[in-house]
Design a protein. Structure first.
Length: 227
């Protein structure tokens, strides 16, 4: 459920998402993907469902605003005291973040054990293209805030590179603040392997055939760069 005041405040934030980033290095925030983050590849075959998981992820989100400003904007939205944001919209603007994620394919562990992992590595052409990469390019439309769960739904345009092919996809990110230095973003991204030039894996001389469709599920914990 969303209130009109929260909607107006999110318009202020959305206006900031459309500005180019101009902050210097001392006012920017880098949020790194932590080891508590996970990725799942969920698929099916003509016999059963399958899953591969990975937690060896490398990535970061960069925001051209200090962390205290990001937290202040979230505070005002979540406590319902949005009048300050509306009166001074320049303080409510968070520049559009930059985000990149890299997933090493050989670190994935699959439900079928080593035989399935070998099939996945071969299908994804991991020798030539060892990583899956995700790059968020642009926030597509207004940010929605759920006042009950304090989750933010953000449609973004992303580039996903897999097996040497890059495709543009629209992804809805669900973001939340865990505490003042920890944030979580989640997304489920449906893909077709053939869109990336991938032949769905087969086993037992073709008796077991993976379906073309799979879902990439991300649950990422982001924390500030302390370097």
């Amino acid at each position: 459920m969303k209130s009109l005041a929260c909607f107006a405040a999110m318009l202020c934030v959305w206006a900031g998402f459309n500005r180019p980033a101009e902050a210097g290095p001392h006012t920017a925030t880098t949020l790194n993907v932590t080891p508590r983050s996970t990725l799942l590849l969920n698929g099916s075959s003509n016999v059963t469902r399958w899953r591969c998981s990975g937690s060896t992820l490398a990535g970061a989100m960069k925001v051209a605003a200090p962390l205290h400003q990001i937290n202040e904007v979230i505070d005002r939205i979540e406590d319902g005291q949005v009048s300050a944001l509306l009166a001074h919209p320049e303080t409510a603007k968070i520049p559009e973040p930059e985000f990149d994620l890299t997933i090493p394919i050989d670190a994935l562990r699959c439900s079928g054990g080593r035989p399935m992992e070998r099939d996945v590595l071969a299908a994804l052409k991991a020798i030539q293209y060892p990583d899956i990469t995700v790059h968020f390019r642009q926030v597509r439309s207004g940010v929605e805030h759920d006042i009950d769960t304090h989750e933010y739904r953000i449609p973004v345009l992303a580039d996903i590179s897999l097996a040497g092919v890059t495709r543009e996809v629209e992804v809805t990110i669900v973001a939340e603040r865990i505490d003042r230095e920890s944030f979580r973003i989640r997304a489920d991204v449906p893909l077709k392997m053939t869109d990336f030039g991938i032949r769905p894996p087969q086993a037992l001389f073709g008796l077991i055939k993976a379906a073309d469709r799979l879902t990439v599920s991300l649950s990422l914990i982001l924390e500030p760069d302390r370097g």
